[in-house]
Write a protein that binds this ligand. Structure first.
Ligand code: SR1
Ligand code: MG
Length: 412
């Protein structure tokens, strides 16, 4: 029998012992069920097990356990397991504020740094679906709603002065914030051993890294990320943290959650849709099919923002009216839009240049096509970053950013 009185990393056998030993989990299966476990974690950090009853695979759950190191790199990069507590707290908050788009959590074990939750087997990771060219009709509505509820309701606009400060303290997440500070806002803009871009785009990457004006704008975004405790943000809201099917949408994996700038989450979603837009340059050979899919992605970005603004309306209604003249609200939303462009730009550049890339682009096998997609993404990101303060509408942002061409091969 495994001893769960202190932390031990589970495997496909011991996780079954664990599930049977915890009444809250065992009671979700029938007493005679034969349980099986599959370790399916393909993320950068954790173990993820799917548990099934062999008699009926609809009796199932996911068990996610934090490893004491970064899985992507190995034991040489230790990482505190306490991030599992942050994730469990954030998941609970998201479920309270937006249960339609948050998986139900069955248990959090603070010793094993483990969360058990609903298995979303009838959904796929949005990044994978988009990379296969599948359209999802509801993601703008669902993600726009999720962001407005979770961000608006955890901000000073709504929360009591004391509760807000308590929440900020509860979600202090230094080690995972440091990963973001390094991997999103620092390492991609210098020569760094961790960077993992492919050699063919080196000339463009080196030109970008030599651009001091770009590093000025990135530094402004980094400062905002590090200093603006505006709302409880998901902190890693890319398309790999979203599960979808044709009907519904769930946001998972909030282990990077902390009180930070709302624009970081909004920018993350926009950036990852744009990364897929750029990736399609190398993925879809048929012109008409590619243009149609890219139009779909553009429309999702536009709709997402409008849904966010619409769903933010109840937040304004709850805020103290003395500080909420219409001009202030308009300015607040404008700053969110422009900062989302800036933060999203950094997230695009890191996914092309930095340690943890995205499958949308890095998964393109033909190196010429991959280079075209990567080059396009870098050019889109630079426009977003430099021109962000000129955008007054989401439509402008989308038009400017998508009116971009790749510069591969690099002409210098
Ligand atoms: C070392 S962790 C790399 C990345 O994985 C996560 O999804 C975050 O985006 C992080 O930056
Ligand atoms: Mg994750």
């Amino acid at each position: 029998m495994i001893d769960t009185s202190e932390y031990v990393a589970l495997n496909e056998e011991t996780v079954l012992e664990y599930v049977r030993s915890r009444e809250e989990l065992a009671s979700r299966f029938k007493p005679d069920d034969t349980l099986t476990a599959e370790e399916v974690g393909d993320g950068n950090l954790n173990l993820v097990f799917k548990i099934y009853a062999e008699q009926d695979r609809s009796r199932t759950m996911v068990v996610k356990q934090a490893l004491p190191y970064v899985r992507l790199v190995g034991e040489s990069w230790p990482l505190p397991t306490d991030r599992a507590r942050i994730e469990a707290q954030a998941l609970a908050m998201h479920y309270k504020l937006c249960p339609e788009h948050t998986p139900e959590q069955y248990l959090f074990d603070p010793v094993m740094y483990l969360t058990a939750m609903r298995n979303l087997d009838d959904h796929i990771i949005l990044r994978k679906g988009l990379s296969q060219g599948i359209k999802y009709p509801h993601i703008a509505e669902h993600i726009g709603t999720f962001m407005a509820r979770t961000l608006g309701s955890t901000s000073d606009l709504v929360m009591a002065y004391d509760e807000k400060k308590e929440q900020v303290a509860k979600f202090i997440n230094p080690e995972l914030c440091k990963i973001t500070e390094d991997l999103v806002f620092t390492d991609p803009y210098r020569e760094d051993d961790g960077n993992a871009f492919h050699e063919e785009i080196r000339p463009q990457v080196e030109a970008l890294q030599a651009n001091e004006a770009l590093r000025v704008e990135v530094a402004k975004m980094k400062e905002k990320f590090m200093t603006q405790a505006q709302a409880l943000i998901h902190g890693d809201l890319h398309t790999g943290s979203i599960m979808v099917n044709q009907v519904d949408t769930y946001v998972i994996d909030p282990e990077f959650a902390f009180y930070g700038p709302m624009a970081f989450d909004i920018g993350a979603v926009i950036a990852n849709l744009f990364l897929n837009y750029a990736a399609q340059e190398g993925r879809m050979d048929d012109d008409a099919q590619r243009k149609d899919f890219q139009e779909y992605l553009k429309q999702v970005v536009i709709d997402l923002w409008h849904v966010f603004v619409r769903e933010f309306e109840p937040v304004w209604q709850q805020a103290d009216p003395i500080n909420m003249p219409q001009a202030y609200r308009d300015d607040y939303m404008l700053r969110l839009l422009q900062n989302a462009a800036g933060m999203g730009a950094c997230k695009m550049m890191r996914r092309v240049i930095g340690l943890a890339g995205v499958e949308d682009i890095r998964g393109i096998e033909d190196v010429e096509k991959k280079s075209i997609a990567a080059s396009m993404a870098l050019n889109m990101a630079q426009k977003m970053l430099f021109q962000r303060n000129s955008f007054t509408t989401i439509e402008q942002l989308v038009e400017v950013v998508t009116d971009t061409t790749p510069t591969y091969p690099w002409q210098g």
